[in-house]
Design a protein around this ligand. Structure first.
Ligand code: A2P
Length: 304
């Protein structure tokens, strides 16, 4: 059996199955979060950039006011947006997220991307097609995020979309080590070596987009014939196979859906185990193919 939780390098525990809220539409996300909690999720992943934290905050308030759950029974993550990297903005950015989510603290606060975007440029691109950046180093941003832990606003801090050189650099000056790197993982972007390396450095991994739904329709892991074949063998759905393949690697996984039956389906992955051969067959589908690439939306070959 897989573990339900993973111990972070600062001693805190994170539930291995998380509920993602990226692209969850306004008007739907609050109910989706409530359904997820009713089904059993105890880890909700949010971000300022998703534009839906205030609706999620109303749902959290309703849940904590009911007898369903106490705040400390839920693990809640949010992320510092790229336009808030300036040390002068970090405290207020975190406070804004806390106030939108109607919380007193976050369990985990992640630097969403390792680049600072000019907060006054309205995401405009320069004449070369590159998003306008701000002159702020990752080091300055990280050191300010460390202060949020000391202030009691967040329990743990980490990063998202960091590459190996970015992590190695961060480790040279971090007074508080990042506990987590949240990255895109699905069979077409399996990240075997990178996950292994992060584990060696005692940095846990969270997988976003485990179903690889951002790829073109004819090229998605959920439609892959190997995944469909394996799903039939275990009498599970392709989505359950994809989520199980990640969690069985002791990687935290974010399933996201606004559909009640799919929310439930995606949580039912703890009652079966993929055989080692099937784990490897899925890993062999890897083609280092990312579907979330800043080259496409910010003109930055971030992962190249
Ligand atoms: P929906 O909200 O309509 O369920 P990814 O893992 O790449 O982030 O994929 C999330 C997307 O996949 C969402 O758009 C979601 O749409 C869809 N999805 C979530 N769960 C399932 C499932 N069990 N089967 C099929 N599609 C799913």
């Amino acid at each position: 059996m897989i573990k339900n939780h993973i111990k972070l390098n600062d001693g805190n525990n994170i539930p291995i199955l998380g509920f993602g809220t990226w692209k969850a539409e306004s008007g739907k996300v609050g109910n989706a979060v409530k359904s997820a909690i009713e089904v059993g999720y105890r880890h909700i992943d949010c971000a300022k950039a998703y534009g839906n934290e205030s609706e999620i905050g109303i749902a959290f308030e309703e849940i904590f006011n009911s007898s369903l759950l106490k705040r400390e029974e839920l693990f809640i993550t949010s992320k510092l947006w790229n336009e808030d990297h300036n040390p002068k903005k970090i405290l207020s950015a975190c406070q804004k997220t806390l106030s939108d989510l109607r919380l007193e603290y976050l369990d985990l606060y992640l630097m969403h991307w390792g680049l600072a975007i000019d907060p006054n440029a309205n995401m405009q691109h320069d004449q070369d097609g590159v998003v306008k950046l701000e002159n702020v180093s990752i080091q300055e941003t990280w050191n300010s995020m460390e202060e949020l832990v000391d202030k009691g606003l967040v329990k743990s801090i980490g990063v998202s979309n960091f590459t190996t050189p970015m992590l190695l650099d961060l480790l040279t000056y971090a007074k508080k080590k990042p506990v987590m790197n949240q990255i895109e993982i699905h069979p077409y972007n399996a990240q075997l070596d990178f996950v292994d390396f992060c584990k060696k450095k005692n940095i846990s991994i969270t997988a976003y987009s485990p179903l690889g739904s951002h790829g073109p329709k004819e090229n998605r892991p959920i439609e892959d014939k190997t995944i469909i074949e394996i799903a039939k063998k275990y009498d599970k759905t392709p989505a359950q196979i994809l989520i199980r393949w990640v969690s069985q690697r002791e990687v935290v996984v974010l399933a996201k859906s606004t559909n009640t039956s799919r929310i439930k389906e995606n949580f039912e992955v703890l009652d079966f185990e993929l055989e080692q051969d099937d784990m490897e067959r899925i890993s062999e589908l890897n083609k280092n193919q990312r579907f979330v690439d800043p080259l496409n939306f910010w003109g930055i070959p971030y992962f190249n």
